[in-house]
Design a protein around this ligand. Structure first.
Ligand SMILES: Cc1cc2nc3c(=O)[nH]c(=O)nc-3n(C[C@H](O)[C@H](O)[C@H](O)COP(=O)(O)OP(=O)(O)OC[C@H]3O[C@@H](n4cnc5c(N)ncnc54)[C@H](O)[C@@H]3O)c2cc1C
Length: 393
């Protein structure tokens, strides 16, 4: 591996957000390096696993502009309706895309498939130095720039350091940027399942006493299951054999899609909120999960991180010095409101829909009933639920 001595922009973290930023910068004229701890094809790559991602229409536009429109068309299953319900209560909302003047609300794609399409482009791109498996170890200031020490691979100097290295961001720690944290004491259990009836492009979000359960349409007859439960319940669900797990899923979800026939391997994610109090420092910026790791309840994490990447690339366009304080300040000003709103909205939903008190249940049922009858609120629910919060040109 050829490690350049100096680059204009070093992106630490080649997950979905880091690689998207690298692609967005490919025609910027800047010399860009991506430093990633895992090889792209590593079976245990934490960023490119089986999790099912809902991409909103803005994200689909951004990703198409990055050059993976065909892969999205081919593998991204369109959501044409959304069914939201509260198990054992009256509240229920059915949102149909055509009634909101849309062809679809979003597309569903597995993280590894999306990663594969983005990585292929990035690795074919001569302007991007792809350094993996390489881990960032430490940083220090050097002649006004930043020198990164790479574990076992020497050092590289950069004019701008981008931390796209996820929830436990090493860059955030090395810059001593404080972060606010909250442990939801919940775990998302995910798997694929094959129901008896065709999903017909419908996404289901069902609120149950143990937490929200989402079923997302996938290619063929399959659905992606994202089931949020307490940490203890997750342990039980992970230990069960397939038949018992399927029976529990059936009991929680009901029979709208008939009888479940099969379930795939289960994996789990402990759910925490991590919000960096500040995203910029001298010649440095945090984006994606390194800046804000949020609850998956409304499918917003990657959509939000992609908006960070698109906005940062836009702010850097035509700049002489990518690490200049004024450029980073402009970026942060542009992103602040969207980041704050999305974190607040998601956190509120996560707490409300995990609340088992009578007041919590009444609020939820009331909310769903109101949304059932008020079209403008439905529209808002559509936009928020699908992560459609801010246009990035
Ligand atoms: C169950 C679940 C469901 C979700 N569903 C959705 C959804 O439907 N829609 C949506 O928009 N979002 C969803 N999300 C959120 C989404 O998955 C994340 O927001 C997104 O993947 C974060 O990408 P990232 O690139 O910022 O971080 P990461 O994916 O964490 O990538 C960070 C990268 O940095 C690398 N790295 C870390 N430290 C170092 C180091 N020291 N040196 C070098 N490299 C390093 C890691 O190897 C990794 O590749 C979901 C999340 C979960 C858990």
């Amino acid at each position: 591996m050829n490690i350049p001595e100096k680059v204009d922009i070093a992106i630490v973290g080649g997950g979905l957000v880091g690689v998207s930023l690298a692609l967005a910068l490919k025609d910027s004229g800047f010399n860009v390096a991506v430093i990633e701890a895992f090889t792209p094809t590593a079976p245990d790559h934490p960023a490119y696993d089986d999790r099912t991602l809902v991409l909103n229409p803005v994200s689909c536009q951004v990703l198409s502009r990055l050059g993976i429109g065909d892969a999205l068309e081919q593998h991204g299953v369109p959501i044409t309706s959304i069914h939201v319900s509260d198990r054992g209560r009256f509240g229920r909302v059915l949102l149909e895309a055509d009634q909101h003047g849309l062809d679809w609300f979003g597309r569903v794609i597995e993280a590894w498939r999306l990663g594969q399409a983005l990585l292929q482009l990035a690795q074919d791109c001569s302007q991007i130095h792809w350094l993996s498996p390489v881990r960032l170890d430490s940083i220090k200031s050097r002649d006004g720039n930043i020198e990164l020490s790479l574990d076992g691979h020497g050092a590289i100097t950069t004019r701008l350091l981008v931390g796209a290295d996820g929830a436990s961001s090493k860059v955030r720690d090395l810059l001593s940027l404080p972060a606010t944290r909250h442990d939801y004491q919940q775990t998302a259990v995910i798997c694929n399942a094959t129901p008896g009836k065709a999903h017909q492009g419908r996404a289901y979000e069902r609120f149950t006493t143990t937490g929200p359960l989402a079923l997302l349409p996938q290619a063929g007859q399959r659905v992606g299951v994202v089931w949020t439960v307490s940490d203890q319940q997750a342990e039980d669900l992970l230990k069960m054999d397939d038949a018992d797990f399927m029976a529990r899923l059936q009991q929680r979800f009901g029979y709208r899609l008939g009888y479940f026939q099969r379930v795939g391997e289960r994996t789990s994610y402990p759910l925490k909120l991590v919000r960096s109090d500040t995203n910029t420092a001298h010649r440095s910026v945090l984006i994606g999960n390194a800046s804000h790791t949020i609850h998956p309840i409304s499918a917003q994490g990657f959509n939000l991180g992609l908006r960070d990447a698109a906005a940062l690339a836009e702010c850097l366009q035509g700049q002489h010095d990518p690490g200049e304080a004024a450029v980073l300040q402009a970026y942060q000003q542009q992103r602040q409101a969207d980041q704050d709103d999305t974190v607040r909205y998601t956190d509120t939903l996560a707490r409300l829909y995990s609340n088992t008190s009578t007041t919590g249940r009444l609020l939820r049922t009331g909310g769903l009933l109101v949304h059932q009858f008020v079209p403008s609120l439905q529209r808002r629910l559509v936009l928020n639920a699908m992560g459609y919060r801010q246009h990035v040109s």
